[in-house]
Design a protein around this ligand. Structure first.
Ligand SMILES: Cc1ncc(COP(=O)(O)O)c(C=O)c1O
Length: 400
């Protein structure tokens, strides 16, 4: 590739005046902090590459997170955050933790948190790994388990960070297409591999596999690690945690970002037999001794201890989702069956990108992926009742 500068592929009006688009932002035509961004006089430029970068960095195509707009009045249904705040007990615990002790490093092993997770999920602390968001846990899993002679298998439509980690850690991949109903067929994973990673429920489809399928997958696949990413499992899917005792190759990854309303605190964890956890600890301790700070540890413990709040808010999200699905279907959308805190929907007569843009004009942000097979879908997070009402009214107006 030639050196030099290349033009930002974002349409100029998507960049606020004075802002310089970062390379990772180029793939996604998202505005930054305003609904109707001003017209830029010139295309934005950024360095395409540098002679100082390593060859690997030249090959990276970083993950592009959903937009975090600065305007508070937007109805933000684009990154699957929980519409309800964290448990009041979390906020209380965090306030108490803001103290002189912040000058001290946190516990590198987050023992308190591991004990709380182990107690909640019926495992032992040496079967728990914690990280700075489940993204970090997943990244360490790619490094720890998937750098093999055979390729790692994952669906063509899934969490878009998986191929990014694969490139970063130079892991070979074999992409397995979802079937024509956008479902994972576990029979497709019966082939030689260096590991398998599946999000269950899958993202961005929201569709879930039954526990029996995960069990069958583990029974058939004993020679490499099977990672089940359960970021959304608490919204109505079946968890594979109960299979851990029987399958030494099974690693189940969770996050506190969704069902525990703590996306801003950055806490994720993995459960698996001690042998797998030891591998993750080796990677973590070769990378960052203190991935979880004192506030993250203490807030996460408080969240795990407030089971009643967790159960109530998950139930509310599930109920709102079911009502939202009914409203979307009444408007003519085809909605994939969701067990997550979002739905994946397409309209037979309306272009998804145009719908997303029209919603944006009405102050509602949803996620649209310009990827093969799913470019006519919108991924819409489940908000609270009021946000869902705004979404449905906006769609009614747009479709009229
Ligand atoms: C399937 C899936 N896994 C993992 C994550 C990462 O979550 P976090 O890093 O916030 O724990 C996400 C985030 O949206 C996700 O959709």
């Amino acid at each position: 590739m030639p050196q030099g500068r290349r033009t930002c592929s974002i349409r100029p009006r998507a960049c606020p005046v004075g802002a310089v688009a970062k390379p990772g932002e180029a793939a996604q035509a998202t505005a930054h902090d305003t609904i109707a961004p001003p017209i830029l006089p010139h295309p934005v430029q950024f360095p395409a590459m540098s002679r100082y970068w390593s060859p690997l960095v030249h090959r990276l195509t970083p993950y592009v997170p959903g937009e975090q707009p600065k305007l508070a009045r937007l109805v933000k249904l684009n990154t699957n955050e929980n519409p309800y705040g964290p448990s009041p007990r979390v906020l209380e615990a965090l306030r108490a933790e803001v103290a002189d002790t912040l000058r001290l490093y946190p516990d590198p092993n987050a023992e308190r948190l591991k004990a709380a997770i182990a107690a909640r999920y019926g495992r032992t602390p040496n079967e728990v790994f914690v990280g700075n968001g489940s993204d970090e846990v997943l990244a360490h899993a790619f490094m720890a388990f998937f750098r093999q002679k055979q390729p790692v298998l994952f669906p063509d439509i899934s969490y878009s960070f998986y191929p990014v980690y694969a490139t970063l850690y130079e892991v070979q991949t074999r992409i397995i297409p979802l079937n024509e109903h956008f479902q994972i067929d576990i029979g497709d994973y019966r082939q030689p591999n260096g590991g398998i990673i599946i999000a269950n429920p899958n993202a961005p489809t929201g569709c879930a596999l039954p526990l029996a399928d995960i069990e069958a997958l583990c029974q058939a696949n004993t020679e490499s690690v099977v990672v089940i990413d359960e970021a959304y499992v608490d919204f109505g899917a079946e968890s594979a945690v109960e299979l851990i005792a029987r399958f030494p190759q099974l690693l189940v990854v969770h996050t506190l970002s969704k069902s525990r309303s703590l996306a801003g605190l950055r806490v994720g964890f993995a459960l698996g037999q001690a042998e797998l956890i030891e591998a993750l600890d080796r990677v973590k301790n070769s990378f960052n001794s203190y991935p979880l700070d004192r506030l993250a540890i203490c807030g996460a413990v408080a969240a795990l201890e407030d089971e009643a709040y967790f159960a109530t808010t998950c139930t509310r999200v599930i109920q709102t989702r079911e009502g939202m699905v009914a409203e979307l279907e009444a408007l003519g959308f085809e909605v994939l069956p969701s067990r997550a805190n979002f739905v994946f929907a397409r309209h037979p007569r309306h272009d998804a990108a145009q719908l997303a843009a029209a919603l944006r004009q009405q102050g509602v942000i949803v996620r649209h992926f310009k990827s093969p097979r799913i470019e006519q879908f919108l991924r819409i997070s489940v908000g609270d009742e009021e946000q869902t009402g705004v979404l449905v009214r906006a769609l009614r107006e747009i479709l009229a």
